[in-house]
Design a protein around this ligand. Structure first.
Ligand code: NDP
Ligand code: GDR
Length: 329
């Protein structure tokens, strides 16, 4: 039975990936930080097959112990301070976790697996935020990076150190450069889920307005369930490599807002949406759209869920959850 260690198991992607690996017969270990992390309980309820391991990306010794304890064949490093807006306010923490955390995880693997023919395969969750102020469109594996936030800068470090450990120590290490991917499990701080949750509450008469920042940035939004497939596929190849994972389509934040309100049957969305300077960022990423041809060709990967379907899935989920909370179901 193959063994996988997932960091960031309590996050959106960690939970989809755990389900995928479990369905493939893996023994799944999930790294959880903190001494009484409330999200550990969520993992144990939702994913009872996951064995929880306590460690923190800021603590090398705990990562070495986690690798020793779980003896993984594959490590998926999904943990990060992943919210771009927070990274401007807590830049040092973000650099430490999202950037240096990758180096610590790689070191733990290197030390556990020996210097030659290290059997542990490593996946790094890199991001389209590395492209930032984009140098070409669409963005592909060879597009130069120009990060626009402390988060993006930390992800560039994580990406580069992954490539460097592959080159230097012949680790089987892959970096997946994933564009935005969403789902009903997306955190409420991210714009898509913030929108679909508010739309549900407005539809149910539980709130009236939704305060957002910049409505013009364009993102290449896919479905998280499709994207974790690509992570797994990357680690099944003969040679490690880096891949862009994206839908190839881009939409403005305002398009997402419009589609979400329309799906709930509310046409006059402008009446409900306000703009609040608190949600604007010191530097914005205006346009992201990925070219995933390499993943299509080499991995046979392609996204299944389209934009409209994704919006509908998220709005329907939030309508159900909010109605239940309000005692209407
Ligand atoms: P989430 O924000 O949902 O999850 C982040 C996870 O990291 C949580 O499980 C969190 O644990 C954990 N974590 C945070 N700090 C630490 C730490 N110090 N030690 C250990 N664990 C920690 O992210 P997603 O699931 O959306 O994304 C997964 C990864 O992919 C992230 O690295 C993200 O940056 C990257 N990415 C995401 C994209 C997306 O669109 N979703 C696109 C491209 C890259 P806790 O719950 O305890 O806080
Ligand atoms: P992003 O996602 O920064 O692309 O990073 P987010 O959903 O936070 O923002 C997308 C765009 O929407 C604009 N925006 C708002 N964003 C939020 N969160 N809240 C608002 O009120 C709001 N109003 C407008 C933002 O300015 C931005 O342009 C996500 C994260 O998952 C990263 O970890 C990941 O690496 C990238 O996607 C790819």
């Amino acid at each position: 039975m193959a063994r996988a260690l997932i960091t960031g198991i309590t996050g959106q992607d960690g939970r989809y990936l755990a389900e995928l690996l479990h369905s493939k017969g893996y023994e799944v270990f999930g790294l959880v930080k903190g001494q009484s992390n409330p999200r550990a309980e969520l993992v144990q309820q939702e994913l009872p097959f996951v064995e929880v391991v306590s460690a923190d990306l800021q603590d090398l010794t705990s990562l070495i112990s986690a690798v020793e304890q779980t003896q993984p064949d594959e490590v998926y490093n999904l943990a990060a301070i992943s919210f771009v807006a927070l990274s401007f306010k807590q830049a040092e923490l973000t650099s430490n976790v999202t950037g240096l955390g990758v180096l610590r995880m790689l070191e733990a693997i290197r030390m556990a697996g020996g210097s030659t023919n290290n059997p542990i395969r490593f996946y790094q969750a890199s991001s389209s935020e590395m492209f930032g102020k984009v140098r070409e469109t669409p963005q592909r594996e060879t597009t130069p990076f120009y990060p626009r936030s402390p988060y993006g800068v930390a992800k560039v470090f994580g990406h580069d150190i992954t490539v460097n450990y592959r080159d230097s120590y012949h680790l089987y290490a892959c970096s997946g450069i994933l564009f935005n991917h969403e789902s009903p499990r997306r955190g409420l701080e991210f714009v898509t889920r913030k929108i679909t949750n508010a739309v549900a509450r407005i539809k149910l008469g539980l709130q009236d307005t939704l305060a957002l920042g910049d409505l013009e940035p364009r993102r290449d939004w896919g479905f998280a369930g499709d994207y974790v497939q690509a992570m797994w596929q990357m680690l099944q190849q003969d040679e490690p490599d880096d891949y862009v994972i994206a839908t190839g389509r881009t939409h403005r934040v305002r398009d997402f807002v419009h589609a979400a309100f329309a799906h709930a049957g509310i046409e006059d969305w402008e009446k409900h949406v306000t703009q609040d300077p608190r949600f604007f960022r010191p530097a914005e990423v205006d346009l992201l759209v990925g070219d995933a041809s390499k993943a299509h060709e080499k991995l046979g990967w392609k996204p299944e869920v389209e934009f409209a379907e994704l919006v509908a899935m998220m709005v329907d989920h939030d309508l159900e959850v909010e109605a239940r909370k309000a005692g209407r179901q």
